[in-house]
Ligand binder design. Sequence first.
Ligand SMILES: Cc1cc2nc3c(=O)[nH]c(=O)nc-3n(C[C@H](O)[C@H](O)[C@H](O)COP(=O)(O)OP(=O)(O)OC[C@H]3O[C@@H](n4cnc5c(N)ncnc54)[C@H](O)[C@@H]3O)c2cc1C
Ligand code: SF4
Ligand code: SF4
Length: 749
Amino acid sequence: MDKNVAVYVCRGCDIGASLDVEALSEVATGELGIERCVAHDCLCGAEGRELIRKDVLDGVTAPVIVGCSPRFMTDVFTFDGCRTERVNLREHVVWSHEPNDEDTQMLAEDYLRMGVARAHKAEIPEPHEEEVDRTLLVVGGGVTGMTAALGAAAAGHDVVLVEKAHELGGWMGRFSHHIPHRPPYRDPHVSDVQLQVAQVSDSDRITVHTDTTIQRITGQPGQFEVTLGTNGSTTSLRVGAIVQATGWKPYDASRLGHLGYGRCPNVVTNVQMEEMIASGRLVRPSDGKPARRVAFIQCAGSRDKEHLPYCSAVCCRVTIKQALLLREHDPEAEAYVLYKDIRTPGQYEDFYRRAQEDPGIFFTKAEVTGVDENEAHDPVVKADDTLLGKHIQVEADLVVLATGMVPTAADGELIRTYTDAKGVVAKGEAGAQLEAAKATVDRLKHLEGTAILNLDYRQGPDLPSLKYDFPDSHFICFPYESRRTGIYPAGAVRAPCDSELAREDGSGAALKAIQAIGHAGEGTAVHPRWGDMSFPEFALQRCTQCKRCTEECPFGTLNEDVKGTPQPNLTRCRRCGICMGACPERIISFKDYSVDIVSSMIKAVNIPDEFEEKPRLLGLLCENDAYPALDTAGLKRIRHSANIRFVPVRCLGSVNIVWIADALSRGFDGILLVGCKSGENYQCHFIRGSELMETRSSNIREKLKQLALEEERVRLEQLPITDFDRLPEIIDEFAAQIDEIGMNPFKGF
Ligand SMILES: Cc1cc2nc3c(=O)[nH]c(=O)nc-3n(C[C@H](O)[C@H](O)[C@H](O)COP(=O)(O)OP(=O)(O)OC[C@H]3O[C@@H](n4cnc5c(N)ncnc54)[C@H](O)[C@@H]3O)c2cc1C
Ligand code: SF4
Ligand code: SF4
């Protein structure tokens, strides 16, 4: 569509005082052929806004606002029926460069050229609206799942609650007494889980399926098709979003032989102790005699690199609960708690104090070195007392190991490996790959049928995990999100937690799920590009089935047909553009973000010839952290080299290497790519952007070598937003390095 582009230059916020606005306007009207270019003292004021609004009513379709960062005044510069282009002269030019300087003026003029180029090419995104189902599926009927179901029902949504056991309640339903979660935080209380079970059963909006698991999930947010399996029969239904609340399983105590488990009959786990408490029989398994001297070993296999490296968050309070219940059951009984640290945060300290005040409960800070037993099967705990510096031995009737919680999703990654290998075997193509796949299937066949969600996604049947086997949810920015849009893990499957936190999590996840259904219906993106109406469009007639996009999409948006052609599921998409960066055929684009749009912006920059000795650098800056970091540096008036021109990108993963080729052949002397931190504690808003760019960079280095160009001309940096003051330093270091290397020999060709 032909655009009616008009340019509005703001003189406010130091712009007019630092630049030759007249010369800038002449670039617009002369060189760029823009018919209407207006300079104004304060565009964001009522008068400035009204001026643009009137022009839009009179037929301007692409106003280019030359002023502050697009991260500010978004509402002020939004006009019905058109797409506003923002040129950031305030933060990225006048607040970060020498005023009234030739290089600063050249920088401003280049940003104007780039903005106008984008305004000509970018289209107004139109939402991809879908008919959606507003029902929520909650998988797992423990306290988390029940809370999610009740919350969603209260918000007016129908809920299907699927529980694999015969009854609702999860672990908390099996424990007779609970840690106190209300003041005065002193005594265990009798389980109230059945009240919640009754609320669920009484709700008209919640349909409960017990003895049921998920056989298959296909589709996408707003339109998930679910097959349930109940005692051999199947049911199909449609839901809009999913909460996974499948909870935890106890750490495998058979791996704790050094603590006597499996060797000494009177060594049990905290879960077994809960069962004894619930049955009212606190006795030794070996001979049924009352357990009167009970030793509790804390962190049994927890906070231990060889077993569970993390803290399960509740075991200390569980032991205090069990010790108090033991004493209530038998006032003559004694409890010995051997701990590394007691962790009872917040007001739970009062619960700990209550146990410390009890004359029959003894706490000792100790490193347990082993557990044996004497002839009478009395377990003997050997430990180094870390306070007294002595070696101690505790002879007990019973030892309770405070073992930790493992997420039920723990095998997710292995199940994916197994499923992928099964796929290769099923295809049956000959070769080494087939042999390796057969071996994998053999090694992992015990995982057959253990997937939880059974997603029919190209990227595996369950939620991918990150650390310690918990589903990855990008804990820094958006705790409830997973890498599968519209599916939200909550409760003990997401992180070790007590039941109070689990309930909170259930409510949070239900709200996210409801939000996801809303976004799917409106055709807009969920977090972090909340409300974005653009979506990837695939010119599939030119697809070579290379599968790069289906492999690299971090959110499992793209399935494949048998030939390997991508099958987009658009409401799963987060609009990161990683598929666009991956595609060698350059056939994936968004209405307002495409290979062509960015290439045009790069080509719009005026490259001085080699004799002018003004190097030009291109910066591709991730919009999530790096771009705001440069804005902040501008706000703080930190200066950086005026030789660099930045193009914001949705994610470094969306960078198509053709842009780098374009920039080098255009005469840019160096290219700086700045993205979020990758690795274990990644901060990339789209999970893998910087990591993918790193992989692609090795291809770029290869290309540079072939062209006999220095590898150092392309640099990749990762930057947490909090290190905004580092960014100007990085830019200046890079500019100095390029000065040293010299001009791009292709300049002028
Ligand atoms: C020994 C011990 C004692 C504890 N005591 C307390 C206490 O007193 N107070 C307290 O606040 N916290 C306590 N906790 C922590 C508490 O158990 C958890 O916070 C709580 O169970 C988390 O609830 P959840 O619903 O997330 O998970 P869960 O209780 O594990 O519930 C998950 C549900 O999902 C179901 N499920 C699993 N897989 C599937 C599947 N594939 N399909 C369908 N359904 C499935 C399960 O059958 C289960 O019903 C204790 C923990 C331990 C280890
Ligand atoms: S834009 Fe991102 S989430 Fe959407 S299909 Fe492409 S890679 Fe996947
Ligand atoms: S990356 Fe491009 S060419 Fe390759 S499968 Fe995807 S759309 Fe097709």
